[in-house]
Design a protein around this ligand. Structure first.
Ligand SMILES: [Zn+2]
Length: 387
């Protein structure tokens, strides 16, 4: 089956060889999707025939968002904690155990339904590739089932047994790390592509984090790291040391951290929804971009520190609060996310890539930042099929 998307006012391909600027923009364009892939892009006037037509009447079309960082397997919410924080109680990451308790007592059907609801919510806002972490189970059985359920929604699943030390292991971090790197990893690995660790004061120190990531590597998983979110620390350096695909948060970076990222294949994934929802200072995206670091934007969707699945909202924050240009923010939310997941088949609309795209209720992608909070995602195609 083939679909011709025609009368595209502005088509963002993310391939500078196909169009103007770093976003490879074509105007008055068309796109043909065939068997789930992009088969052709070019001027509307030269578009080939297809089985079905979709006339978008001058709207902008962008690659679907690649949200490379979410925590969507959980039960319950933490709206009370959010309200307290907005009254001035500082965020420490300690509320994670509240969600762990709710998740452990929930049955599979409850977790699956909540996960499905949130994945649909994300897709309606243009997300076509999503990474999902475990990390609210923190027992062998609960981490295994979190990843098994996440795998039903996406191939991009991440084992985050080292999210926090659960209360029953309080004061026994070494024993917990042995559990994470032993039986828990063995149960999780068949359902996971990635291994992640929260390397932060109050969570896991650099030695424990390194132990977890190296064990994950040995089990065939590729590292990603929650790094330098709440304060300066060794997380980013560790991410680069172990060849992590991504260092996530990157809010408190030294010059050395930035140089290390710039000289590596590790993507800096910025999560402005977390700074927004915890009323914290934003990462310095300009400094990273100017140093030549590959930057991704992701939602960090989770019930504690960033309960949003909206990539358009993250783009608006990145532009308004982090001084990214609208073009840099869109690239980071699409091609940047793909780089953070080491994927070259998503995050771009080039022949051979997956036909994952969003049609906007706007003439230009720049409206995503210009019109914050407005539902601008009109139509989403995943593998060439309408949502
Ligand atoms: Zn996170």
């Amino acid at each position: 089956m083939s679909v011709l998307v025609t009368n595209i006012g502005e088509l963002v391909t993310n391939d500078p060889a196909l169009g103007e600027g770093p976003l490879g923009i074509l105007t008055d364009a068309a796109l043909v999707a065939e068997e789930g892939r992009v088969a052709w892009v070019g001027p509307s006037t030269r578009a080939p025939a297809a089985d079905y037509g979709l006339d978008v009447a001058g709207a902008a079309v962008i690659p679907g968002f690649v949200d490379s960082h979410t925590h969507l397997v959980f039960a319950g919410d933490r709206v009370d904690e959010f309200e307290a924080r907005m009254r001035g109680v500082p965020y420490t990451g300690g509320g994670i155990v509240t969600t762990v308790a709710a998740t452990r007592t929930a049955d599979d059907a409850t977790l699956r339904a909540n996960l499905a609801r949130l994945v649909i919510e994300a897709r309606r806002q243009g997300t076509t590739t999503i990474e999902i972490k475990s990390g609210y189970g923190l027992t062998v059985a609960d981490e295994e089932r979190s990843l098994r359920l996440a795998r039903e929604a996406t191939p991009e699943t991440t084992f985050l047994g080292a999210h926090v030390v659960p209360p029953e292991y309080a004061g026994r971090t070494e024993e917990y790390v042995a559990l994470v790197t032993g039986p828990m990893l063995a149960a999780a690995a068949p359902h996971a592509r990635w291994v992640d660790v929260f390397c932060e004061r109050g969570a896991f120190d650099v030695d424990a984090a390194r132990t977890v990531l190296r064990a994950g590597l040995a089990a065939g998983l590729t590292p990603r790291v929650h790094a330098n979110q709440l304060g300066p620390g060794p997380g980013v350096a560790l991410a680069v040391e172990v060849g992590a695909a991504s260092a996530d948060h990157c809010t408190h970076l030294s010059g050395q951290d930035i140089d290390a990222l710039a000289g590596s294949d590790t993507v800096a994934t910025l999560l402005p929804g977390a700074e927004f929802s915890t009323r914290s200072p934003y990462p310095d995206a300009r400094r990273l971009l100017d140093a030549g670091v590959t930057v991704a934007l992701a939602s960090d969707a989770n019930p504690g520190s960033s309960y949003t699945t909206s990539m358009p909202f993250c783009i608006a924050l990145a532009v308004r609060e982090m001084r990214m240009t609208p073009g840099e923010a869109l690239w980071a939310a699409t091609a940047g996310g793909a780089a953070a997941l080491r994927r070259d088949d998503v995050g771009r609309l080039t022949p051979g890539a997956r036909a994952d795209l969003a049609v906007l209720d706007a003439p230009s992608y720049r409206h995503l930042a210009y019109r914050p909070g407005v539902p601008l995602i009109r139509t989403v195609l995943i593998g060439g099929e309408p949502l």
